[in-house]
Design a protein around this ligand. Sequence first.
Ligand SMILES: Nc1nc2c(ncn2[C@@H]2O[C@H](COP(=O)(O)OP(=O)(O)OP(=O)(O)O)[C@@H](O)[C@H]2O)c(=O)[nH]1
Ligand SMILES: [Mg+2]
Length: 201
Amino acid sequence: MIFGRSERGKPSVEPVTLKILVAGGFGVGKTTLVGAVSEIRPLRTEEVLTEAGRPVDDTRGVEGKHTTTVAMDFGRITLREDLVLYLFGTPGQDRFWFLWDELATGALGAVVLVDTRRLEDCFAAVDYFERRSIPFAVAVNCFDGATRHRAEDIRQALDLDDDVPVVLCDARERESVKEVLIEVVRHAGTHTADGRASVAT
Ligand SMILES: Nc1nc2c(ncn2[C@@H]2O[C@H](COP(=O)(O)OP(=O)(O)OP(=O)(O)O)[C@@H](O)[C@H]2O)c(=O)[nH]1
Ligand SMILES: [Mg+2]
């Protein structure tokens, strides 16, 4: 070994990096989720909700909210020494739909974050990933004061396939969000394995 070229301090393996989208309706906690779990200072693109936006921005149910994501959130988390996730949070409002295709390019999987008080707000995100065969997990953000529902009831209400993971979470809690991300990666892994198997046969 050449002196002074020690491998000390280097990770033993180059980590695999995966892109995960964080989607869902307006104000369900996407920016909060990315911020809770990111090990780098998350990039945010928040703008103040203004009077001018009132006719188009449906703030019913999120009256305490003063800002909204206008492009994306970005964060990173090392799940294991050899596995790094890049998280891309989508904007929640309909007027930013044109950004989704750009954000979804190369995504391995997605989280659809849900607020059970406004369940219908996540229908568009669920449809989007189903149509494109992007594996996703549904994460129910358990807001304080909202009625708790069983994961199975939410699966039924959203008419999800049996293999789609449904996880209850708190978007403000790092450990809780990590569990969600582990489920997405696991689910996406089986999805890819299935895909390969069917190509091989
Ligand atoms: N009580 C409670 N409040 C939450 C939770 N998650 C988010 N919030 C609050 O809900 C509000 C909305 O959160 P955001 O993270 O901005 O939501 P978003 O989905 O990024 O919103 P858009 O980008 O505008 O679609 C914020 O005021 C958060 O503090 C939660 O799990 N529990
Ligand atoms: Mg946001």
